[in-house]
Design a protein around this ligand. Structure first.
Ligand SMILES: [Zn+2]
Length: 147
């Protein structure tokens, strides 16, 4: 992997980039190259391996909790992680959509993300299209009353 250009992933460059991830990379990425891994549940992890120990964090924690600290997972506590080879390339292109491909997460500072038209919205970061589903639910209720 070529070296990550952290400054090009700043939220000042584009809103699609996470401010918290940028802070994390500024704090951690200069000392040790940060790689992104996927576990068996398709969750992303960020960090690196030192011998067999993993030093890092869940990517979602970094994004949502403004957390720049990392943990060391000894080899027997490390979940099975597979390197996500193209993560940084994808992140550079589509920003936070690389983490939320199904577009189910509401990110902070994401006003520029969707353009709505009627019952359709298109993601301006990656081009993903969604339709608004509407439905009516009938609720059956019951209670005991005095006879
Ligand atoms: Zn998107």
């Amino acid at each position: 992997m070529e070296e990550l250009n952290i400054e090009s992933l700043s939220p000042k460059v584009h809103e699609k980039y996470s401010e918290n991830l940028y802070k994390f990379l500024k704090r951690r990425g200069l000392k040790s190259p940060q790689k992104v891994f996927i576990d068996e549940n398709s969750d992303f992890w960020i960090g690196y391996f030192y011998d067999n120990d993993f030093i890092g964090s869940r990517l979602m924690n970094v994004l949502t909790n403004d957390q720049t600290s990392t943990w060391c997972f000894s080899s027997k506590n490390t979940p099975k992680l597979n390197l996500s080879e193209f993560f940084w390339r994808d992140y550079e292109k589509i920003g936070r959509c690389a983490i939320d491909r199904n577009h189910q997460i509401h990110f902070l500072k994401s006003d520029s993300r969707y353009k709505e038209e009627g019952d359709t919205r298109v993601c301006q970061w990656c081009g993903h299209k969604q339709k608004l589903r509407k439905w009516t639910e009938t609720i059956e209720r019951s209670e005991w009353i005095n006879a």
